[in-house]
Design a protein around this ligand. Structure first.
Ligand code: FES
Ligand code: FE2
Length: 349
């Protein structure tokens, strides 16, 4: 199952440095993703038009992406500019071109326009989803971290899991989930423009119990930042949003402090999802706290993974026969409704 004629975030920008190439597994197909020496990113089929070698095993140099087999060189627009065995005496065939996918970079990700049937006008593509708020990369008020983790689960099941706070007291009881299960109904919820949003207010005394020695309150209790008001009665607010095709953002706002996790859920195939996460925190910004922060994200992800990999049916049943959803699943219901509409429009195949 895949959404088509839409943008997907498929890799962290930071993972593809200038002059490098790597493999991208996406919806059961294989691509090479590479960045030229001048910084341009391209995503092309991982198959050389000459004899079919894997371009992701090639090299990037002054003349572009060089195939590892006979050294044909391709530029960022896909054009072959060099066939070494022929010198300059023979013309380069017009068909010696890589058909790349439309590609953009924003929000710290590389995005591709996915239209396997080739029905879109390349010069008239929609804008990227308006993902955020996230801090600018040069905002000194925030500290950020990135990471990746692969789950053996369908990407829509993974997307649903990031939109589902009611599992937190059960799945995440070992990390941030010290919440009362009956306090997690959204106070705001909407679904529009290929996006689902919910806001949940979890009372601080239940949500961040300092005596448990964990959670965000525990972070604050460790902080030597004089601005932290440990006696504040502000409630913890969770803002959870997803944007089709594959990005989620969870923001926890706690008084003047925030912690966010933005994740691109990349469908490698129908049973495998690669999660590319970006963490932002507005407190404990010292790099010395990075190890602790990374450990927390890893643990939180592992808690989800253990459960999400067991779900049946493996793909969400959009018509509701395979699962019994109730009122507290309001965002899952909204997402599935949106996906049914996509299916009716021929955009979910
Ligand atoms: S297979 Fe790529 S150059 Fe020959
Ligand atoms: Fe979770």
């Amino acid at each position: 199952m895949q959404l088509i004629r839409t943008w997907y975030a498929v890799e962290l920008s930071s993972a593809v440095s200038e002059g490098s190439v790597q493999k991208l597994n996406f919806h059961g197909e294989v691509f090479a993703i590479w960045r030229s020496l001048d910084g341009t990113v391209s995503v092309v089929p991982d198959r050389c038009p000459h004899k079919g070698a894997s371009l992701s095993a090639g090299n990037v140099g002054d003349e572009g992406l060089a195939c590892p087999y006979h050294g044909w060189c391709f530029q960022s627009d896909g054009a072959c500019v060099k066939i070494p065995a022929q010198g300059d005496n023979n013309p380069i065939p017009r068909r010696a071109t890589l058909g790349g996918l439309p590609c953009l970079e924003q929000y710290g990700y590389i995005w591709i326009w996915w239209d396997p049937k080739g029905q879109s006008a390349p010069d008239d593509l929609p804008a990227l989803p308006d993902v955020g708020p996230i801090p600018e990369s040069d905002d000194s008020g925030w500290r950020s971290l990135e990471g990746t983790v692969v789950w053996q689960a369908h990407w829509l099941r993974v997307l649903e899991a990031f939109m589902d706070l009611t599992h937190a007291p059960f799945v995440h009881s070992g990390s941030f989930g010290a919440m009362a299960p009956d306090q997690l109904m959204p106070v705001d919820q909407w679904c529009r423009d290929d996006s689902v949003y919910e806001r949940v207010i979890a009372p601080r005394d239940r949500h961040y119990r300092a005596d448990q020695g964990r959670g965000l309150r525990a972070w604050f209790n460790q902080a030597d930042d004089k601005d932290v008001d440990q006696e504040s009665d502000d409630a913890g607010e969770q803002h959870i949003q997803l944007w089709l095709a594959n990005v989620s953002l969870v923001r926890v706002v706690f008084g003047d402090f925030q912690i966010s996790l933005m994740t691109a859920h990349v469908p490698m195939d129908d049973g495998t999802t690669r999660n590319l996460w970006r963490h932002f925190r507005s407190f404990l910004r010292s790099p010395l706290a990075d190890g602790n922060a990374r450990g927390r994200v890893d643990r939180f992800m592992a808690e989800d993974q253990r459960t999400v990999e067991t779900l049946t049916p493996a793909m969400p049943d959009l018509d509701g026969h395979g699962n019994l959803l109730v009122a507290s699943d309001v965002s899952t219901l909204a997402l599935r409704r949106m996906l049914r509409q996509k299916r009716n429009d021929g955009l979910l195949i």
